[in-house]
Design a protein around this ligand. Structure first.
Ligand code: SF4
Ligand code: SF4
Length: 371
């Protein structure tokens, strides 16, 4: 059983939310992290341009200052995306990060480093003999080479994994572009022809030129070229581009857990998660829909699996927000139900949690300690 520390979002003068986060992580024992004189990666998601749900830089600034006081050499980091967008190479990614507030003015204690380099190819291949799905993992070099890792995670929905928590932030977010291909490659999408209106959006957004419109103006995927990145699923507004077999989304979450293990297994690590602005989709989207539950709080733990499980449980037990994707009619509160599966019916985020436990990444049972 692991300890997970939690603070709610009530605030008063002298207790701003960044201050509450600082008190929380201190209570959770961040002071025990052996980071003196160590390169300490703060793994974060800088947010796609247009998205407004990603984590505010103020929390990262407070964390960077704290780590600096502990003698660490912190840096903020993320990896390039597999799909086209504002973060698919280091130049665009840094520009996006700076515009979203992750820059030397707002976060002076930690420079931004894109962990897998200019085009997402800087990687370290980590052997993973204990993996069931991955016998090796392609980890972004700056994350693999960091001495210590602190993850800061915006907990939210994800269209293929069900939800995005600490394990996804570290596993998928710690991989090079090749590693991301590796995780996605067994979840190639399918096209539901009756839903496809031939809008061409998936065609222009497929970075690999794997999808085209046929003579009937229906999208067709060339599976010899498709790498299963999921971009067409993300951009299709007509539920025509969909994940392939359901088991593939389970496999994706299992691979994410194994990649998280590859990142963390030889490294001291600590994790913080923010259950706020719980958008149904991940921060890789250039928009964010109404949160599916009310803001809940900030959690911290040395155990990323216990942290994810606690966040998952809290969202499950919260009422669904009226007029959100989870409760569009304002009638179904879904308390006690997996809202991520309700908004993304083909996903099974709990499968990834179970697989992470099997991989001994941590514990699914935890003691919640309120700070
Ligand atoms: S984005 Fe969707 S609806 Fe548009 S062409 Fe592609 S599959 Fe069809
Ligand atoms: S067709 Fe394949 S490669 Fe192209 S966007 Fe879709 S999943 Fe990615």
């Amino acid at each position: 059983m692991s300890n997970v520390y939690y603070t709610n979002l009530r605030s008063r003068p002298g207790r701003s939310l960044p201050k509450k986060m600082e008190l929380l992580v201190k209570a959770a024992g961040i002071g025990d992290l052996p980071c003196k004189d160590k390169f300490t990666a703060i793994k974060i998601h800088f947010g796609e341009l247009g998205n407004m749900a990603f984590l505010r830089h103020n929390y990262a600034a407070r964390m960077a200052e704290l780590l600096k006081q502990m003698g660490a050499r912190p840096f903020l980091t993320d990896t390039n995306t597999l799909y086209s967008g504002s973060r698919s190479n280091a130049v665009d990614h840094l520009y996006t990060a700076f515009l979203n507030g992750y820059n030397a003015i707002s976060v002076p204690a930690a420079p931004v480093i894109i962990a897998d380099g200019l085009k997402g190819t800087d990687e370290v291949v980590v052997p993973l003999p204990e993996g069931e799905y991955c016998k090796e993992a392609r980890i972004a070099s700056a994350i693999a080479q960091a001495d210590v890792l602190v993850s800061m995670t915006h907990f939210k929905g994800h269209e293929q994994a069900g939800f995005g928590g600490a394990l996804k932030n570290v596993g998928m977010g710690g991989a090079s572009v090749g590693g991301k291909l590796h995780m996605h490659s067994d979840s190639q999408p399918v096209i539901e022809r009756e839903n496809c209106i031939g809008c061409n959006v998936c065609v222009v957004n497929c970075r690999h030129k794997a999808v085209a419109l046929d003579a009937e103006k229906k999208a067709v995927i060339d599976y010899e070229i498709c790498v299963g990145c999921g971009q067409c699923i993300a951009v299709c507004q007509y539920d025509a581009a969909r994940p392939g077999k359901f088991s593939s989304t389970q496999e994706l979450t299992a691979k994410i857990a194994e990649y998280a293990l590859a990142v963390l297994k030889d490294k001291p690590h600590f994790h913080v998660a923010f259950i706020m602005d719980v958008s149904p989709h991940c921060d890789c989207w250039s928009m964010n829909d109404v949160p599916i539950v009310p803001d809940i709080g900030i959690l911290a733990s040395f155990d990323p699996l216990a942290l994810d499980q606690a966040c998952f449980d809290m969202v499950r037990n919260a009422p669904a927000m009226a007029d959100s994707m989870a409760n569009p009619q304002g009638k179904e509160t879904l308390e006690g139900e997996d809202k991520f599966t309700s908004v993304h019916p083909r996903t099974d985020g709990a499968f990834g949690l179970a697989h992470a436990e099997k991989m001994q990444l941590g514990s699914r049972t935890y003691t919640l300690i309120e700070v």
